[in-house]
Design a binder for this molecule. Structure first.
Ligand code: HGY
Ligand code: MN
Ligand code: MN
Length: 417
């Protein structure tokens, strides 16, 4: 591994934290937190603000056919850029850092280079990708998946969200349906700064995480249909109750994770009953199950055991169940040399740092098959995220952004073409 040394340039932490606070005003929730669902009016306003900053920084801004926005900073050479970025859409009860930090830290690096009059050998690009969260339109990492060619543009534009609108129609409505082609954009390297969103760094008293991969993700929506009936007059042996089946699936998912162990997690995030009335046995229940594991074989085992259970409980209760896969990503391993570089720069700063996988999905995982990719984590207070109490301190942000600056600068000045 080549000996690395720190470049004297440092980020302006106050400016970065001010931009984070300013962007967080868009979609701000009463009592804290942010709701900026993909392709909503709030997302449009956030996009307008960040594109304005990209223009001010002299970046060449391009928008592609699924609304990904890339700000390009020219280098001495042309060719694939060293890329950074993340997303600015949030879940409905999000915080100010998830995704936003990675985009704004990238802009901060650009502003530092501009102020220092530095032109890097290779171009640099800062991007935000459409619908990373997948909360309104599944799957998640949709924009970066289309950008890097692992998801089909037309199929994604046709996706209908939880509110019945399609991605394509909402993209047109907010004015971010661009002309740039998708699918074959290649970066030289991709490095993403992100909050950990989990408890590991804080519990291990570490300042920075050098991320070596992302666990596999499996999202399934089960639509269960039975016999709606009167809650009082229907004897128990005559019932075909989707609500009861949904509850059993929820308990099974939790028990499955406990039985498999080895990092297996399972989450039921949505249960919708129809007609959802106190004295009516539901006609229909819709439940989502999110399974994740760093080990693909274990993830498949969990999926298999769950679907077997679903079949069994459906026949016992005499209901029909339709399963729809909302997202499926295999575990991803990042480039060891890139992750090692992040760790080395962190240690050159005397930041405590260890290599770790990511529990959350990220845009970076879409780049990993196509270019040397890694991520930098900073701690989440209490391991909390996808929650209005999400918090990472300005000092922790400064550390992560400085490691990002060093890593980007190193990659963008590499000799070999
Ligand atoms: O679900 C995830 O892991 C990411 O936040 N989209
Ligand atoms: Mn994120
Ligand atoms: Mn998220």
């Amino acid at each position: 591994m080549t000996e690395l040394k720190l470049h004297p340039l440092r980020i302006n932490a106050d400016r970065l934290n001010q931009r984070i606070e300013q962007l967080a005003q868009i979609g701000a929730l009463q009592g804290g937190g942010v709701c900026r669902l993909a392709l909503s009016d709030e997302d449009r306003a956030g996009r307008d603000l960040v594109c304005g900053w990209m223009d001010e920084l002299g970046l060449d801004v391009s928008i592609d056919k699924i609304g990904n926005v890339v700000g390009l900073r020219r280098g001495e050479l042309s060719g694939p850029p060293v890329m950074t970025g993340s997303h600015i859409d949030t879940v409905a009860t999000g915080g100010p850092y998830d995704g936003n930090l990675g985009v704004l830290a990238g802009l901060e690096v650009v502003q530092c280079l501009n102020e220092a009059g530095i032109t890097t050998r290779h171009p640099l690009a800062v991007a935000f990708f459409t619908n990373e969260e997948g909360a309104r339109f599944a799957p998640d990492m949709m924009g970066s998946g289309v950008h890097q060619g692992s998801m089909d543009l037309d199929a994604m534009l046709a996706v209908t969200g939880i509110d019945g609108k399609t991605v394509g129609a909402e993209l047109d409505r907010i004015g971010y349906s661009g002309d740039a082609a998708t699918g074959d954009y290649r970066a030289r390297n991709y490095v993403e700064l992100h909050i950990e969103q989990g408890p590991v760094l804080e519990q291990c008293d570490l300042q920075v995480g050098a991320v070596n991969g992302v666990q596999g993700i499996s999202w399934t929506e089960f639509t269960i249909r039975g016999q709606s009936n009167h809650a009082g007059t229907t004897p128990m042996e005559f019932r075909h109750d989707p609500g009861y089946v949904a509850a059993r699936i929820s308990v099974k998912a939790r028990r499955l994770a406990g039985k498999i162990g080895q990092g297996q997690v399972a989450t039921v995030g949505q249960i919708k009953l129809n007609p959802n009335l106190v004295n009516v046995i539901p006609r229909e229940a819709i439940i989502t199950v999110d399974l994740r594991n760093m080990d693909e074989a274990l993830l498949q085992q969990a999926e298999h055991q769950l679907s077997r259970f679903v079949e069994q409980v459906a026949s016992e209760e005499g209901v029909t169940i339709n399963a729809r896969k909302l997202a499926r990503f295999e575990p991803v391993h990042f480039d060891p040399a890139m992750t090692q570089r992040v760790q080395q720069f962190a240690e050159l700063f005397d930041y405590s740092c260890q290599q770790m996988p990511s529990g959350a999905g990220h845009d970076a995982q879409m780049f990993a098959p196509n270019c040397p990719t890694t991520m930098i984590f900073v701690p989440s207070q209490g391991g909390i995220s996808h929650n209005i109490r999400e918090y990472t301190s300005p000092q922790q942000i400064e550390r992560g952004a400085n490691v990002l600056l060093q890593t980007l600068l190193y990659c963008a000045n590499q000799e070999q073409n």
